[in-house]
Design a protein around this ligand. Sequence first.
Ligand SMILES: Cc1cc2nc3c(=O)[nH]c(=O)nc-3n(C[C@H](O)[C@H](O)[C@H](O)COP(=O)(O)OP(=O)(O)OC[C@H]3O[C@@H](n4cnc5c(N)ncnc54)[C@H](O)[C@@H]3O)c2cc1C
Length: 490
Amino acid sequence: MIPFQAPVDEIYRSFALFAGDLPDWDAEFSAEIAGHFAAFAEGVLAPLNTPGDRQGCRLDAGRVKMPDGFAAAYVELAESGWQGLTAPEAFGGQALDHLTAAAVSEIFSGANHSLQMVTGLVPGAISTLLAHGTPAQQEAYIPRLTSGEWLSTMCLTEAGAGSDLSTIRCRAVATATGWAITGQKIFISGGDQDMSEGILHLVLARTGTAEEGVRGLSLFLCRSDTGTGRNAITVTRIEEKLGLHASPTCQVEFDGAEAELIGTEGRGLAAMFTMMNHARLDVALQGVAHATRAHAIASAYAGERRQGRLPDGSPAVLADHPDVQRMLEEQRISAQVSRAMVHIALGELERGDRPALIEFLTPLCKLYATEAGIRAADLGIQVLGGYGYLEEYGLAQVWRDARITAIYEGANGIHALTLATRGLKLEGGAAIGQFAALVTTLSDGSVDPTDWMAQATALAAKADVRAVAHAFAQETAALLAAAIGHRLAA
Ligand SMILES: Cc1cc2nc3c(=O)[nH]c(=O)nc-3n(C[C@H](O)[C@H](O)[C@H](O)COP(=O)(O)OP(=O)(O)OC[C@H]3O[C@@H](n4cnc5c(N)ncnc54)[C@H](O)[C@@H]3O)c2cc1C
């Protein structure tokens, strides 16, 4: 097995090139923090990745057991303050910026995607509490999430409601003291685990009629323990799946579970979007992490494995062969370009003065970076040949773990639709001009977005763009990738 090495230098080089001007940001301090996390990831998280994949999670008397070593690693993670990295200091957090958090998140996913899945929803939950919670809710829950005492989940999916959340049937009814939730959620990451003392479930449930669709949905905070005992929440099964074996994907039954409304009744989906938008860039970073790890394994292997001969007859290693070089180069570039895309979006998020552009870039990053991760893992397997197909070098696991990233947090086809519909109409089409300006600036005018702008403007006026959404998303990503490529080469 080729040991995991956190790509700290690559990440900070990319921030410098692509995150743009951030006057208050101290890159050196941020890199120092990421360096500490890198040591933890290399020494503690990464060594658990393969054993965790082999052992998997199990359901024992209604409670989820994580693989050996995960609980101890989580205690170390929480005690070192990593769960509260971006939370406000008033709630026990460190109030750090999105860039530092992204560096940590990418390193975490590269070292151990399964564990990152279970711990990584906390920053989104904190943002949701800050944006929509009452002061009492913020005080009650953010410190517990920040300290690591509790973890959080995101409960949207149901058997009949996947991409289309308008068909959610899980119901919440008002009680004398709050709300009670009844119904079944499926595929809930970290629906239970034996690492944190408690779990704060963020649950999307119906308060209105079925006919109201998404307008009848509200968001709820549902604690695993009520304070006097276990809440009426039961994990009834964990799924057998292709990858992420150390991340429990749970079917959860809510049986009149006590809950609190967060935000406005009937505006649950809008509130949940605070969490989902955060999670989407995080999933994009999972794609970057997989592309980077796949390239690291493949290039190390290709540099040592002796096969074939050079034209002069002397012995060659795989990396000497142009066809292998082509695959390694595609991996390297896709990791760099997808990282750059996310860093551009994060820079915009930090500055906050072009919200339409952030909303446009988020689905683009999600679909481009996750496809890059899967493709790079696939190429890595090809570079290693038969050894790539075995579990021995870890590439098979990278591919299996990466595959879900194109499906969850909104399947990529849905993100392409979002880009071609809402993305082009936000603020009267503001993102079209802003995206074109971004392409021009990044490429010093050498990539011309004129044709793309005409196409985007025509699409924005169309009633039905479903048949062309995929092609448009691919072309949009290719344009941005070309501009990024120009800056990387400059
Ligand atoms: C490992 C794992 C972890 C997960 N974690 C969570 C979690 O923590 N919380 C949670 O709530 N959910 C979670 N999910 C669920 C995940 O978000 C859903 O699987 C995803 O949203 C897709 O829903 P679906 O599986 O029902 O597929 P479907 O909605 O049935 O879609 C199947 C395919 O059809 C396409 N499609 C569907 N509708 C349309 C349309 N209108 N137009 C064009 N194409 C369409 C999709 O793009 C997709 O390719 C997880 C799933 C897995 C496997």
